[in-house]
Structure formats: C-alpha cells, structure tokens
Unconditional design. Structure first.
Length: 371
C-alpha cells in the first residue's frame, strides 16, 4: 500500500470515529481577539496590495525574484536591507494608518499589507502566502523569494506554516490536486526537502494544518486527528498518529510537546514516543529549550515542577510572544493609546525597549507569531 493510500484510509477512518471536540469558551474569546486583528489586517492588506501593483513595473528592474508570475500576480517591491541578527522583532499597530516594525526598521503599515498575524517568523525571514496561495519569504536583504510553485487551485483553504526553532526548516501547506500538500522547506539551501500529499476534499481540507515543527518532524492536523510526519522514515513509519478528537498541539520545542484537549496517544514506535508531553492552553508557547511556558504573563512558568520561573523585567505588559532568536517580545497596555514594545532576554528577564505603536483601534500585533 502506498503512503498516499495509507493516508487516505487512516484519515478517513479516524474522521468518522472522532468525537466532537469539547468547547473552551475562554480560548474561543482569545482566538476571537486574534481574528478581529486579522480582519483589520485584511482591510489594510487589500489597500497595500493595490499600491504594490501600481509600483510593480519599477520593482521588476530592481529584483528578479519579485517579478510577477502569471496574469493578475502582485509584484512585491524590495524594501531594502533588514537586520535579523537580534530576531525579526516584528510588531505592528492595529491602526489602519499605523506603523509596522521589522528587522530594526519602521514602515507604513499600508505599504506592508501582505504581512499580518497569519505570517510565520523564521530566523531567515518572514514566510507568508500571496493571493495565489504560494508561500513567499521576505529575506534579510529585503527581497522576496517564492518557496513553492503556483498551486493548481487556491480557494477556500486556511493555509498555515510553522518554523523549526533550531534547524533552518519551515513546513507549510499548499493546495494540491489531491487536496493539500505539506511542504518541508530548507531555508538555508533554498530547496524543498520533501512534500507530503494529504488527501482531502471539500470543507475537510480546511482542517489540514501544520501545528508544529521540531527536530525535522512535522505535526499535521487533519479531520481524522493529528499526525507526525517523519520525512526520513520509510513506508508506514513516515506517518504516525499522535492524537484524535479534541487533541491539539499547542507548540513543540526541543523534544517537548505542549498539548491541549484530549490526551495524546502515540504508538510505541512513534518518532515522538520518548518525547516529553505537557498539558497546557492552546494559545500558549514553549521556550526554545522546551523548559518554560509563555502564556499571557510576564512570568514564564517552568514545565517541570523542580524548575524555576522566569520573570520578565517589564511593567504593565499584557501581550507576549517568542521572537526568532528565543527572546520574548512584550507589549505594554500603554497610555494615551500607545503601546511600548520590549525585547526580553531569556533566562535573565532583562528587557530592552525597541519601539512603540499607536493602539487607537485595538491591541498591538506581533507579526509572524501572534498568540
């Protein structure tokens, strides 16, 4: 039996047997806040993309990788050199006419409409999806690379991506003839490592998501449950069940899985059978060493009871996320409709002010890794 036939049968069987997930009202409220941010960003994105098309002809002469491909493709104008050495430090104002910060520089948000909270921050740049569902990378040089060819169809899917904290890898979904393809991409070499077809149809394809990537293993959610894809394994061992029903992967780092909902159930021969598992909230994040949990607080709690908490030395902070270098970005509640953003080191907790954004329209946004 081929891997694709195995995937089809396994996903179908588990989808039919899966129980309806339990509802978490508190988590739904938090996700609703994030959706409102993304909806505001989408309005800005439409205006930003319109301005880019107007400027497209000039951009073609500047950068070959920014050329449009096919009718109706937008052209991405090179933004100039960025500095990713201290992490991407990507954050933005929720205001339509606000500012966006990336790589030590500030931009008018309307000019960067293709970047929002659905993008994925990696040490090599920001991964995002264009209007044709292709994965793109905004590099440190300020240019754009296309990570995948134009898919055969691109309607109705919720595309997703996750980056490995230690390896130069990113995994992302793309529409495919079979339903959805999961692509594992090496950002250092600039080539796809492997592609996994995940058969699905109709609305079921919306439930195929990349929920985590660690040590080269990709955690893929499907209508039938969450699986681990090990592209180095052969045959049936390349695709193994991790959990079903309400089970969700919140984060994976350094051989630890932070999960929510139903308990995981990896098989004894699963590539993650000997990993450490910790229960947590769906919108929590793990530190890159997997030892601490970041969850809406300046206090990072240890996963192990014997561990010590890490306290960030910042006042009035209400929004947090991990940056691509493992530090924590923290934004304050602010005053006079302005939020100050800090970059806090782990484990010292020392924080450096890196900018501020206006917040007349809502909460500050962390681009590429919004909780």
């Amino acid at each position: 039996m081929s891997l694709q036939e195995q995937l089809t049968r396994t996903i179908s069987a588990h989808a039919q047997a899966a129980d309806e997930p339990a509802h978490d009202l508190a988590a739904a409220v938090r996700r609703g806040r994030g959706l409102r941010r993304r909806r505001r960003s989408a309005v800005v994105a439409a205006a930003g993309l319109t301005s880019m098309v107007v400027l497209g002809a000039a951009a073609v002469a500047l950068n070959q990788s920014s050329q449009p491909v096919g009718p109706g493709s937008e052209t991405y104008v090179p933004v100039g050199q960025l500095d990713y050495s201290a992490g991407l430090r990507a954050f933005a104002s929720p205001d339509e006419n606000g500012r966006l910060w990336l790589g030590g520089r500030s931009f008018a948000k309307r000019d960067m409409g293709y970047l929002d909270t659905d993008a994925t921050a990696t040490p090599y740049g920001m991964v995002f999806f264009d209007h044709e569902s292709r994965a793109r990378l905004l590099t440190q040089e300020g240019t754009f690379q296309t990570l995948a060819p134009t898919p055969p169809r691109h309607g109705g899917l919720r595309l997703s991506a996750k980056a490995d904290a230690r390896l130069p890898l990113v995994a992302f979904t793309q529409p495919s003839a079979a339903g959805v393809a999961v692509v594992l991409y090496d950002l250092r070499s600039g080539h796809a490592v492997d592609t996994l077809p995940v058969p699905c149809s109709g609305t079921g394809c919306k439930d195929v998501r990349v929920d985590g990537l660690d040590r080269g293993l990709v955690f893929v959610r499907t209508p039938g449950g969450t699986f681990v894809w090990d592209q180095k394994a052969a045959g049936e061992r390349a695709w193994s069940m991790l959990g079903t029903g309400a089970f969700r992967v919140a984060d994976v780092r350094n051989g630890r899985v932070l999960w929510s909902g139903s308990a995981p159930s990896p098989s004894p021969d699963s590539p993650v059978a000997r990993w450490h598992f910790a229960h947590g909230q769906i919108d929590a994040e793990l530190s890159f060493d997997g030892r601490h949990v970041l969850y809406w607080s300046s206090k990072l709690k240890p996963v192990d009871k014997a561990g010590q908490a890490i306290r960030l030395k910042v006042k009035d902070a209400a929004w947090f996320t991990f940056d691509t270098d493992g530090s924590v970005l923290a934004a304050t509640t602010g005053s006079d409709q302005e939020s100050t953003v800090y970059d806090c080191q782990i484990p010292s907790g020392a924080c450096e002010r890196i900018g501020s954004v206006s917040t007349e329209s809502g909460d500050p946004m962390f681009i590429g890794n919004d909780m």
